[in-house]
Design a protein around this ligand. Structure first.
Ligand code: GLU
Length: 464
């Protein structure tokens, strides 16, 4: 069975690059009827925080990326890493290194000075430390004994065949002085113990993969298949960072992006299915494959995200948008019973919105006290319009309350007074909503309801 995972380090919010990696790993499992696991890589105690864990969990749940197992925390598995580390030690594939940080810095400086690439020189390999007494005040780190020669080769599901010479790799640390595993060690133990078949992750880890493969081989373990997904860049071609604007998933949520729109946008960023631009999560799962993930980095495009968000707002049902709006912090004070039917209102305005915030703004117009700017009042609510509004108001008392009949009443009034649509529609918009831009006026009138409309127009006429 296909088993994939997402393995974030809780050192900050979940950024959209991480979310896209999670999405691809999730979709791959879902498409193949497999399982998806969430693992929190929290062994870097200094940089990890409970707040980040929470932000990651919240983001995953908001995006609807559900997992079958987890969250598994690496810090709960220290005993297991220790056990595997000892087996490597026994096999002669690992050794304790007592070099101090100062000593290692000096070593690297000397190497750089000599024009060499800085790398651990193997000074505590058993054959190099015969007769050396381990200093008592140093907590040693456990190093992996990397093979000296040969190449590490793998068929990457995204990038194709990759080969790295062992001469490029040094004896990296498996266990830190405090006993916690480093990323490259913990990841192998976990990916193996969790029976993962496919490791799908960002290509910032391509350099780590040969080290991990060497550990699999030293332990004689079967390996998962690897697929490295390219990074997301800002529009200036630099790696996406805060400088480019919002980068955290929760920021997009707070900015009024729908989760399915963000997923759709991220899915398309570096992957394609013909010309398809707008699709649901289920559709994406059905189409997704790693062959069509691009090998080169994708550029983030905020305007396209807004467009996709608008398309998803159109796709979303009026009822579910109504739920989102009722739960929005911006509408906490609204008394919903004082205004028109919310889903019906949404059906009139959602085509123009590219964010939930815009939708909320347009909705609020119908629930707020009407206030007309002085400028609009002078321009549109002239004494000449008074008899027109008066006559139209009267016609509304008897009309059948549905859009077409209301529209017919408007036309009759225009004919009666020999005026054009905007001359009546603008004053009506202002008196009924306080705004000069609204959906079609006959629809707005129907929506607000006879009682309210008559009340507002009568109050309006008396103020003219
Ligand atoms: N904790 C690593 C990261 O957040 C995970 C890398 C991996 O998926 O192996 O980059």
């Amino acid at each position: 069975m296909v088993r994939t995972r997402f393995a974030p380090s809780p050192t900050g919010y979940l950024h959209i690059g991480g979310a896209r990696t999670a999405l691809y790993a999730w979709a791959y499992a879902r498409k193949h009827g497999g399982q998806f696991i969430l693992r929190v890589e929290d062994t870097d105690q200094e940089r990890s925080s409970a707040d980040s864990v929470q932000a990651i969990l919240d983001s995953m749940s908001w995006l609807g990326l559900d997992y079958d197992e987890g969250p598994v925390f690496q810090m709960d598995r220290l005993v297991r890493y220790r056990e595997v580390a000892e087996s490597l030690l026994i096999k002669g594939k690992a050794y304790w290194c007592y070099a101090t940080p100062e000593e290692l810095t000096a070593m690297r400086e000397a190497q750089r000075g000599a024009g060499l690439k800085p790398r651990y020189d193997g000074r505590w390999r058993p054959e190099n430390s015969v007769g050396k007494t381990p200093p008592e005040d140093i907590k040693p780190v456990l190093r992996f004994r990397n093979p000296d020669a040969g190449d590490v080769v793998w068929d990457d599901l995204v990038k194709g065949k990759i080969s790295v010479s062992n001469e490029e790799l040094d004896d990296f640390v498996l266990l830190r002085g405090d006993g916690t595993p480093t990323y490259n060690f913990g990841v192998v133990v976990d990916d193996h113990d969790m029976n993962l078949t496919h490791v799908i992750r960002g290509d910032d880890h391509v350099n780590n993969t040969p080290r991990q493969i060497n550990v699999y081989q030293a332990l004689n373990l079967e390996m998962p298949v690897f697929g490295h997904v390219p990074m997301i860049l800002g529009d200036d071609g630099e790696r996406l960072s805060k400088r480019h604007g919002a980068v955290s998933v929760t920021q997009y949520r707070d900015d009024g992006v729908l989760p399915d729109a963000l997923l759709n946008y991220l899915a398309r960023l570096g992957w394609s299915h013909g010309d398809e631009e707008v699709f649901t999560k289920n559709q994406f799962v059905a189409w997704f494959d790693l062959e069509h993930v691009s090998r080169s980095p994708a550029k983030f495009d905020g305007a396209k995200l807004n467009w996709i968000n608008g398309e998803h707002i159109k796709l979303e049902s009026n009822e579910s948008l109504a739920d989102i709006i009722r739960n929005s912090p911006a509408t906490k004070e609204v008394k919903w019973e004082d205004g028109p039917d919310l889903p019906k209102l949404i059906s009139l305005i959602k085509d123009r919105a590219t964010s939930i915030h815009e939708l909320v703004e347009s909705v609020l117009v119908f629930f707020q006290k009407i206030s007309i700017s002085e400028e609009d009042r002078v321009k549109f609510l002239t004494p000449e319009i008074k008899p027109v509004i008066d006559s139209f108001t009267n016609s509304l008392r008897r009309v059948e309350w549905e859009r077409a009949s209301i529209g017919a009443s408007i036309k009759n009034t225009l004919k009666e007074f020999g005026i054009k649509m905007p001359q009546l529609a603008m004053p009506l918009r202002l008196l009924l909503t306080g705004q000069t831009q609204t959906p079609a006026i006959d629809a707005v009138i129907e929506l607000i309801g006879r009682e309210q409309v008559l009340r507002r127009l009568e109050a309006g006429i008396s103020s003219l």
